[in-house]
Design a protein around this ligand. Structure first.
Ligand SMILES: [Fe+2]
Ligand SMILES: [Fe+2]
Length: 259
């Protein structure tokens, strides 16, 4: 079967981005930046599909319209982020096309009820992945040079904050009525979620990616620093946040199951 190609050239044309104020980039740095933004383009597209499936799960779980509407908005946000990243690729001199990885289905968790299945995925997507994304993008935005890229990252960041907050707020609403058995099951499941998150982030953030200041200014992140920030976000933000909402997250992180 031939690989599926994500082609956002038309999306990029519709939102041209100028980087006339970018620092001089070596060919190597420019290439790294193009590959970085092409990877983001793909990740944003994948996120859109995840929110589409979460919305269907929210319907099954009987969540109210306001929660479901937010998930529909998040799907649209992620498609827009994909287009914004495509515009950055083109502004850097690249082509807004990339191979889409084979996408596994968002887990249905049929062994549990619809609400718990949804909560597992919301924990994983909003409280873990999107919360980590907020930390990483905040740091990249502070490093960014050209005004157009800074604005792109700032706009994406504002949406990602909303995507992360969704999970924390849903937990706030549901925790008081959740019951200790459900909390214990979700805490146990977190061991797997943390393992998957760590494997995913370590794949995305290669260690020791030494780079120039010019590359950093156009979005190529320093792998070692990004990994440190990832671990700090887990231990200083995510674990305490989940513990405050009644989940045994510290123990789950310590005993995470390697993916
Ligand atoms: Fe996004
Ligand atoms: Fe997001």
């Amino acid at each position: 079967m031939s690989a599926q190609i994500l082609d956002l050239r038309e999306d990029a044309r519709r939102r041209p981005l100028q980087l006339t104020d970018a620092a001089h980039l070596s060919n190597f740095d420019r290439r790294s930046a193009i590959v970085t933004w092409q990877g983001r383009m793909v990740n944003e597209w994948v996120s859109a599909r995840i929110f589409r499936e979460l919305r269907a799960q929210a319907v099954d779980a009987g969540l109210s319209g306001a929660w479901r509407d937010r998930l529909a908005r998040f799907e649209a946000d992620e498609y827009r982020h994909g287009a914004q990243c495509a515009a950055a690729v083109v502004a850097l001199g690249g082509e807004a096309r990339a191979e889409l990885p084979t996408l596994p289905a968002v887990p249905a968790h049929r062994e549990t009820d619809a609400l718990e299945a949804l909560l597992r995925n919301v924990l994983s997507v909003s409280c873990l992945s999107e919360t980590v994304a907020v930390a990483l993008i905040s740091s990249e935005r502070m490093e960014s040079g050209p005004a157009g890229l800074e604005r792109t990252l700032r706009e994406i960041l504002a949406d990602e904050v909303g995507h992360a907050r969704f999970g924390w707020r849903l937990l706030d609403e549901l925790t008081p009525k959740m019951g200790s058995a459900r909390q214990a099951r979700l805490s146990g499941w977190l061991r797997l979620a943390f393992g998957h998150l760590e494997a995913h982030e370590l794949r995305e953030l290669p260690a020791g990616a030494a780079q120039s200041a010019a590359a950093a200014s156009v979005g190529v992140c320093d792998g070692d620093e990004a990994r440190r920030l990832f671990y700090d976000t887990i231990t200083d933000v995510i674990v305490p946040g989940l513990e405050r909402r009644g989940l045994a997250a510290a123990a789950a992180w310590r005993t995470r199951i390697a993916a």
